[in-house]
Design a binder for this molecule. Structure first.
Ligand code: SF4
Ligand code: MG
Length: 283
């Protein structure tokens, strides 16, 4: 059985020392080992940005795609090979600006993949411009007088789009992040995981210290029911989107690929597997 080291390769990440993305890489590797995958059973698809390099740093199938297009590739991959565990990863610019149309539709489509947003509230690779996640008043080279736009709320967006799994974590909390990615991989549907991943080079506002002071962890909340969508939305709004943990999960809704008429039979026929209607229904 594969262990954590089997998901490591010898490529040295060129992220800045202290970048939050290191923890996300480590958490994906740990989660993959913990759920019992072999490297050839995992595919990591990324977009463009500092975050996009992640697919090259994990010993698994990997594809560094084009800007904002990790999700179409990841969904196609899953539909073509349902045996693969597919993880898509990208930054907040990648997923919430150029790729936003794909993000919303992938969420409501509910194909069984895990999407991790490496959210640093800025464009890092292009040296620090305001992203859809930058707060009002945030000053960068592209907004020298401070951003006048409202920041996107990813968790509210995901819930409104019909997500069946919504979680949020923080790069400093490797234990929680690993557990949430494991849960995401096990979830039978689209798993949306937003991760606060500080850009230590260009974002001097949303730092590790800032998150430690402002995050509200669901573990400290009593009487929370993660199957209650209204409660989830209320809690997200009450905490101004700074809630971490498993925020919402709908285990009732079936994944897209399980609802596509004839998909299973066709896939089995291609492998020359014959089974009765009753056996097929049990799948
Ligand atoms: Fe990470 Fe920011 Fe450096 Fe990019 S520029 S590697 S996001 S710290
Ligand atoms: Mg970013």
């Amino acid at each position: 059985m594969a262990t954590l080291k089997d998901f490591r390769n010898n490529i040295k990440p060129n992220w800045c020392p202290g970048c939050g993305d290191f923890s996300i890489q480590a958490a994906i590797q740990r989660a993959a080992a913990n759920v019992g995958l072999e490297p050839e059973q995992l595919a990591v698809v990324s977009g463009i940005g500092c975050s996009g390099r992640i697919s090259g740093y994990i010993n698994a199938y990997g594809l560094h795609g084009v800007h904002g297009r990790s999700l179409p590739i990841a969904q196609g991959l899953k539909m073509a090979n349902r045996e693969l565990t597919v993880v898509a990863a990208g930054g907040d610019g990648d997923g919430f600006a150029i790729g936003m149309g794909h993000t919303v539709h992938a969420i409501r489509r509910n194909i069984n993949i895990t999407y991790i947003v490496m959210d640093n509230q800025i464009y890092g690779l292009t040296k620090g411009q305001t992203s859809p996640r930058s707060a009002e008043g945030f000053k960068t080279k592209s907004t020298p007088s401070g951003s006048i736009e409202s920041a996107l709320s990813p968790l509210e967006m995901a819930l409104a789009a019909g997500a069946t799994f919504v979680a949020q974590s923080f790069s400093s909390n490797l234990k929680q992040l690993t557990t949430l990615i494991e849960e995401g991989m096990k979830h039978e549907g689209f798993s949306f995981i937003n991760v606060f991943s500080p850009c230590v080079t260009f974002n001097k506002v949303n730092t590790y210290e800032w998150f430690k002071e402002n995050i509200v962890d669901l573990e400290e909340t009593t009487d929370y029911d993660s199957s209650n969508r209204v409660m989830a939305m209320t809690k997200i709004m009450e905490t101004h989107g700074l809630l971490t943990g498993l925020i919402y999960q709908n285990k009732q809704k079936q994944s897209y690929e399980n609802l596509v008429a004839g998909f299973k039979q066709e896939a089995l026929a291609k492998q020359n597997i014959k089974m009765t209607e009753a056996e097929f229904e049990k799948l």
